[in-house]
Design a protein around this ligand. Structure first.
Ligand SMILES: NC(=O)c1ccc[n+]([C@@H]2O[C@H](COP(=O)([O-])OP(=O)(O)OC[C@H]3O[C@@H](n4cnc5c(N)ncnc54)[C@H](OP(=O)(O)O)[C@@H]3O)[C@@H](O)[C@H]2O)c1
Length: 378
């Protein structure tokens, strides 16, 4: 039976794991805690891609503290792995260690690595699964999604006024959120594989989309959804494409036309990689699911931060392609029905069919509020 005490330690393991965000992907964030007689005797997490798994890290931590783990309970956010990968299987290490019980938050969906819980039970170690800690279950969602669907994890971020507007009627949006919120966005950019925007935002804001003023954990490629390759040759992203990977996704069916071929050649000379994808079924822009699939399969992009306007965001929400939304609400109000709202399209015409997200976290950041939501399926 899972107790409140179990949930508390799963939560602790998850919070510990979060410090590796941006360092382990496409592997999952995993945390582990070892507890005996109600006392924490080992804490570990998966620190970097290819490094020791959280369970081994926690066992090593207990050894460093001179603690005996025999008879203890191990809490881990993901089912211990059952077959060797870059590291020997954790299940084997747990069985050898004398740990008496394992509690894990989420089953490993990996076709060859899963099955650790059954192996532990066969070895005489009781093993319980619990989703009582939403954080412990949720932190491996990006890994689970990628393994199951072949799509990257998509985080949509925007800054809005209290009345839900992301730009004025003339397209002005710099700046809605304050310094602290913007710094947090730069930190997010430094931890994902790609930042995706639409041509509308490029034309309106000419953004760089690079992380600035924060430690760089990984270099995010910039990706622009630009059906007809309209991106200006003097756009900031084009001018810096030799320094920062820059991809422009266009309609593959149009890519053969003379004008597109000329634009493509100009962009490629500037260092931009042009990615032709299928057009959308409804004829509006490119097929965004296909783009996301291509980004993962051909460019190893496992996490995507979307910093776009209402056009691209609307389609992503409409097609259920957003996993997480990071929303900054600034203490200002426009009160103008022609100011731009966060997402446009045919998302829902009634409250019963409205797209619903689960509130994941709320934080006060400077004068703004940061809200993090997750799609209910994850
Ligand atoms: N407050 C904020 O956080 C924030 C963030 C970003 C932007 N903004 C503001 O948003 C405004 C721009 O919004 P926007 O809607 O014009 O630009 P957008 O969402 O950045 O880009 C939309 C464009 O993307 C292209 N696209 C390609 N495939 C698409 C698809 N399947 N679905 C939808 N679009 C697709 C379309 O152009 P083509 O078909 O021509 O390629 C479309 O017009 C600006 O005023 C900017 O300042 C605010």
């Amino acid at each position: 039976m899972i107790t409140e005490h179990d949930t508390r330690f799963l939560d602790l393991a998850a919070r510990h794991a979060l410090r590796a965000f941006g360092r382990v992907e496409p592997n999952p964030l995993v945390g582990a805690a070892i507890v005996r007689d109600g006392r924490l005797i080992g804490l570990g997490h998966h620190r970097r891609f290819g490094g020791a798994h959280a369970e081994r890290d926690a066992l090593e931590d207990a050894a460093r503290r001179g603690e005996d783990v025999r008879g203890a309970t191990m809490y881990t956010t993901l089912e211990p792995c059952a077959s060797p990968g870059k590291q020997p299987p954790c299940t084997e290490a747990i069985l050898k260690s004398g740990i008496a019980r394992v509690v894990f938050a989420r089953q490993d969906p990996h076709p060859s690595k899963g099955g650790g819980a059954a192996w532990l039970r066969e070895g005489g170690v009781p093993c319980d699964q619990s989703n009582a800690s939403a954080l412990a279950t949720g932190i491996s969602a990006p890994f689970v999604k990628r393994t199951v669907t072949g799509l990257p994890w998509v985080i949509a971020k925007w800054a809005q006024t209290i009345d839900g507007r992301v730009a004025t009627r003339t397209g002005e949006s710099k700046w809605i959120s304050g310094d602290v919120a913007r710094r947090r966005v730069h930190r997010l950019r430094s931890r994902v594989d790609a930042v995706l925007t639409g041509i509308g935002t490029v034309i309106a804001d000419d953004p760089m989309l690079t992380p600035r003023g924060v430690p760089i954990i990984r270099t995010a490629a910039r990706v622009v959804a630009d059906t007809d390759l309209d991106i200006p040759p003097d756009a900031a992203m084009v001018k810096t494409a030799h320094e920062v990977p820059t991809l422009v996704a266009c309609d593959g069916e149009l890519a053969g036309s003379a004008i597109m071929a000329r634009r493509r050649a100009d962009l490629e000379r500037s260092g931009v990689k042009v990615v032709p994808v299928l057009p959308a079924d409804n004829g509006r822009g490119i097929d965004l699911r296909e783009l996301l699939k291509t980004l993962l399969e051909e460019h190893d992009i496992a996490t995507v931060l979307v910093e776009a306007g209402p056009g691209l965001l609307g389609t992503l929400f409409e097609q259920d392609l957003v996993d997480e939304a990071v929303v900054y609400i600034a203490p200002m109000l426009l009160g103008d029905e022609l100011a731009k709202s966060a997402a446009v399209g045919r998302i829902a015409e009634s409250l019963t069919s409205a797209k619903r997200l689960n509130l994941w976290r709320v934080k006060s950041v400077g004068g703004d509020v940061e809200l993090v939501y997750r799609a209910p399926r994850v």
